[in-house]
Structures are given as C-alpha cells and as structure tokens.
Design a binder for this molecule. Structure first.
Ligand SMILES: Cc1ncc(COP(=O)(O)O)c(C=O)c1O
Length: 378
C-alpha cells in the first residue's frame, strides 16, 4: 500500500528532537520556528513530559469513558486554573476539528438553532460543520455544504450587526487567524461580537486551537480583549504532540448524558501529556517567555528592509515580506536550517515556535532573516 498523497512535503526526515531543535536523518540540526504547526508548546522531548507518559504507560494506557478516570478531573481543574476559566466544564476529544465540531453541536443543542456565522480567512478544521465554517471552497465537499453558514468579513462591525440575530446558533471565530497568515480580530470587534451574541442568545465560540495554550503570552488569545466566550476550543499545544482536543463550556450550557461522546478522548496518556504541559508552562514561566521573546522577535524583524509588516502577538507571528514567502522559506530551510510555516497569504512567513524559544535562538532567526532579506540575496 502507498500513502494517500495529500501533503506537499519538505525534503527533511526528522528522527529526533530536543527543545527547539530537530535533527534530521542525515544528522543536520534545524531550528524549529514552526513547532510542528504550533503543536510543540513546551519543547520537543521535555524530560518531565517523557517521564510522565512513560510512568503512566506502565500503569494503564487506555480505558474507555465508561469508567471513572481521576486524571480527567485533575486536568479539568488544572486547565480551569491556568486558563482563568475555573467555573467552565471540560469535554475532552482528540483534535482541533473535533473540538470545533462538538462546540458547534453544543451551540445547536443549546439554542435549538442551526445557523452559523464564521469569518473570511478562517480555518476551523476538516470535519463536517467545522469545515463548512471554514472559508476555503477547495476543502469543502458537497456533503459539507449542507450546513447553513454565513461567512462575514473579519472586523466588519456593520456586517456582524446586520447578520447576528435570534436565528443564529453560533458565531465561531479564531482568537488569531492562523492559516490566513496571523490575522487578528481587533479587541473592539471581539467586544462587539460578545455584545451581539449576548443580546441575541447566540453561542460565541472562540477557536483557540492554534492561538491558545499560552502562545500569545496569555493562555488564550481572546483574553487580551477581556471578553468571556460561551465555548472555547483548544488542541495542538495542549498535548505537545500527543493528540488532545478540549472544549471548555460555560456553566449556563448544560450537559445531558449521551449528547457528546468519544472513544479515545480524555484517555490516560492524553491526560498525563496535557497535565505535564501545564506543569512545564507554570514551572518555566513559558507564557511570560512567549510574550518577551515574541515582542523581541516582532520588534527586530519589523526593522528589516524586506519586511513590510510583522503581525501577531507573542510567539504567533506573521512576517509580511516584499517577496513571495515560498522561495524565502526554502532559503531559510536549506541555507540556514530553519523551519517556518506558510500561510494563505503568499507573502507571509508564519512563526509558531515552541514557547521555550530563547533569546539566542531568536537572534539566530533574526540574523537568518536579515541575510535572506538582503536585496542581492532575494
Ligand atoms: C484555528 C484552527 N482550528 C482548527 C484546526 C484543526 O485542528 P486539527 O488539525 O487538530 O483538526 C486548526 C489546525 O490547523 C486550526 O489552526
């Protein structure tokens, strides 16, 4: 059997990794400013993370959600504290798409409605309703198009006010749009959405799958705006590579037995991986580090001649170039050994490094960008 060929691949075969460094099969070391797509939050192969998983695996690795699993309760309490949402309830699943699918489903159960509002440039994953709320025709199959979704321009106050009414089940928005190229909703726009949703009994869902887990210097990106969504979704960084999805649900949205479910979600290994990530974020002050090193990177990269803008917050940055990003990223990879991410905007390089990126590694990034942005190099 061969692989179903859906991914364009970088010509690199990682065989081991540590912190922000990935080592390829030929022994070459790479600086990981991509974090496996914002997944590696606390660094590759952190000893506490490895140890937690090893110890748990020797006890019990899996049982279904038909039994009591105290690790799930511990994770709910710890995630409630670190996120500042101690009174919310947690549903655990396996991926970002699944978290959003369940969030949309909860919104529909709760309101008895089925219309969704989403935003241009969004990416919410590839399951049925999540992909329907994703603004990309190419990844929506005819079966996904049965959902009733209105896509609005981001940060358009008037369009939101005209569309959000008592017939809408949910508004779903990313804390910061990742795939689009690190595009931020303004603080005022989030406040406006929160007001409209509140007024019309609409469930406001904040998709923090990419922008969450401390990446922006706060646990969730929307917390820079002070709003409190009804549902928050997370995945990627919370398991540092172990598949974990999370839906944080406000207390006024009530659970009923059987309304959601999963075989693998919240299994023992998933829980200990997420608990280990929280331990490390707290012990190593990684949210502070993301803010400080992210600010430094943003400030320095903004001054380079070929860089037209740097958007984003903390260690979720979109570097806008005066040239196409694809060739630029190839040079960073081949000539400087640096992994970066692409974006829907062809001129944007996305930086999503582990939250433990240090000042020296940030300086290495700045030097490489300086060399590659030089006119004779471009
Ligand atoms: C904002 C956002 N939501 C949802 C998803 C989907 O997550 P997953 O690939 O884990 O299903 C992604 C993935 O990139 C994402 O960036």
């Amino acid at each position: 059997m061969k692989l179903f060929d859906v991914y364009p691949l970088m010509n690199v075969t990682p065989v081991k990794a540590s912190g922000c460094t990935v080592t390829a099969i030929d022994g070459r070391e790479y600086l990981d400013l991509y974090g496996g797509h914002a997944v590696i939050s606390v660094g590759h192969s952190h000893p506490h993370y490895i140890n937690s998983l090893e110890v748990q695996l020797r006890k019990i690795g899996f049982y279904s959600n038909a039994v009591i699993n105290p690790l799930q309760e511990e994770l709910a309490a710890r995630m409630g504290n670190i996120s500042g949402y101690p009174d919310y309830n947690l549903f655990l699943c396996n991926s970002g798409a699944e978290a959003n699918e369940n969030a949309l489903k909860m919104a529909s159960f709760h309101t008895g409605r089925k219309k969704i509002v989403a935003f241009q440039g969004s990416f919410h994953g590839r399951t049925s309703a999540a992909v329907a709320a994703t603004d990309d025709e190419k990844i929506n199959a005819p079966i996904n198009k049965q959902h009733d979704v209105t896509i609005l321009p981001l940060n358009d106050f008037e369009a939101a006010a005209l569309t959000i009414n008592d017939s809408i089940a949910a508004v779903i928005i990313e804390g910061i749009q990742g795939v689009a190229g690190v595009v931020e909703p303004t603080i005022d726009f989030l406040v406006h959405l929160s007001y409209l949703c509140n007024k019309h009994g609409v469930v406001l869902i904040l998709d923090e799958v990419q922008s969450g887990c401390g990446r922006t210097g706060k646990y969730f990106a929307h917390q820079h705006s002070g709003i409190q969504p009804d549902i928050i979704t997370a995945a990627k960084g919370i398991g540092n590579g172990f598949p974990v999805g999370a839906v944080l649900i406000a207390p006024h949205i009530k659970a009923k037995h059987g309304m959601l479910g999963t075989t693998f979600g919240g299994n023992y290994l998933a829980c200990v991986s997420a608990l280990a990530v929280i331990d490390i974020i707290e012990k190593e002050s990684l949210m502070d580090n993301a803010r400080i090193v992210g600010n430094f990177l943003k400030r320095k990269l903004s001054t380079l001649p070929g860089v037209t803008n740097v958007c984003g917050t903390g260690l979720m940055l979109g570097v806008h170039l005066d040239q196409p990003a694809a060739a630029f990223r190839k040079k960073l990879l081949n000539e400087h050994g640096i992994f970066t991410g692409s974006a829907a905007d062809n001129n944007v390089v996305r930086l999503l490094p582990p939250l433990c990126l240090n000042a020296d590694q940030a300086a290495t990034c700045i030097i490489a960008f300086t060399i590659v942005t030089e006119p004779q190099h471009a």
